[in-house]
Design a protein around this ligand. Structure first.
Ligand SMILES: Nc1ncnc2c1ncn2[C@@H]1O[C@H](COP(=O)(O)OP(=O)(O)OP(=O)(O)O)[C@@H](O)[C@H]1O
Length: 257
């Protein structure tokens, strides 16, 4: 199905007991696109991404990866995607290189292709020397970068990244943004959540703003700024804060136990 969107949410919904974390969501992300998912804490970003990546069962609706349903065709859908959580839980007793070999064997990657690709990513992330060390000795940022290297070597057509820049130093953060741009230019749909609105403004082709489990709007950062800000130098942060402004509860004293 070449014309299907890379990612499609169709009435995608998640309830935890009585609480609805994600109300029916509908949106599309396309190949070559960098889509930023923005929302305050608890807005439903991780829940939505985990459903689309096939890691959490939706309570209603469906998600598709290049036309393959995560509910009825989970294997076909998952083969095409990579998911990078905010705190990557990678194997502490493997070296970085063993971890990459493991990914290569799971995805049956051509050794002539993946090794060169992996070496180049390791070099860009300054991980070449530490690739021989056990990953339990890595810092958070090193784990994050190694997990990303693992996600990229199998060249997924969709990559989900939950808060990918958190914990990265400025150089690594810039390298990551460059790599995401290159990945999208090669045809991958890049879908990431972030609180770093300046990063989203610079990097994203489109953003979606989610608040209390509801998608308020999608559009290019430029279009959102044009539509929602009354002054020329408005930033995406101004738009975000305006759209997600919450009424502070007027609760009486003593509500908090
Ligand atoms: N396993 C769970 N059981 C019950 N409620 C949950 C569960 N997971 C998430 N939630 C709730 O769903 C809502 C959305 O959470 P989610 O983690 O998707 O938010 P988020 O936008 O990723 O937030 P953050 O930016 O803080 O990471 C929150 O109210 C959260 O408490």
């Amino acid at each position: 199905m070449p014309d299907s969107p890379a990612v499609e949410a169709k009435q995608l919904t998640k309830r935890f007991k009585e609480a609805t974390a994600v109300h029916p969501l509908n949106f599309e992300v396309h190949a070559h696109e960098i889509f930023g998912f923005l929302g305050p804490n608890g807005a439903g970003k991780t829940t939505t991404m985990r459903m689309l990546a096939g890691l959490l069962e939706p309570s209603g609706g469906d998600g598709c990866i290049h036309g393959k349903s995560i509910k009825s065709q989970p294997l076909e859908a998952k083969q095409q995607l990579a998911y990078l959580p905010d705190k990557p839980d990678i194997y502490p007793k493997l070296t970085g290189w063993e971890f990459l070999q493991f990914i290569a064997s799971v995805f049956k990657l051509d050794k002539n292709v993946w090794i060169e690709h992996a070496r180049s990513l390791l070099q860009r992330f300054d991980l070449t020397e530490s690739a021989g060390r056990l990953m339990e000795t890595y810092s958070h940022g090193m784990k994050q970068k190694m997990a990303l290297t693992g996600a990229l070597i199998h060249q997924p057509s969709v990559i989900f990244l939950d808060e990918p820049t958190v914990g990265l130093d400025p150089k690594s953060s810039r390298d990551l943004r460059t790599i995401l741009r290159e990945t999208a230019a090669d045809g991958t749909a890049v879908f990431f959540s972030t609180h770093m609105l300046d990063v989203a403004d610079q990097l994203c082709d489109r953003v979606g703003i989610i608040h209390e489990g509801r998608l308020l709007q999608t559009g290019t950062p430029y279009a959102l700024k044009q539509e929602h800000a009354s002054y020329a130098e408005a930033t995406l942060e101004d738009v975000f804060l305006r759209m997600t402004a919450q009424k502070v509860s007027q609760g009486s004293e003593g509500e908090i136990p």
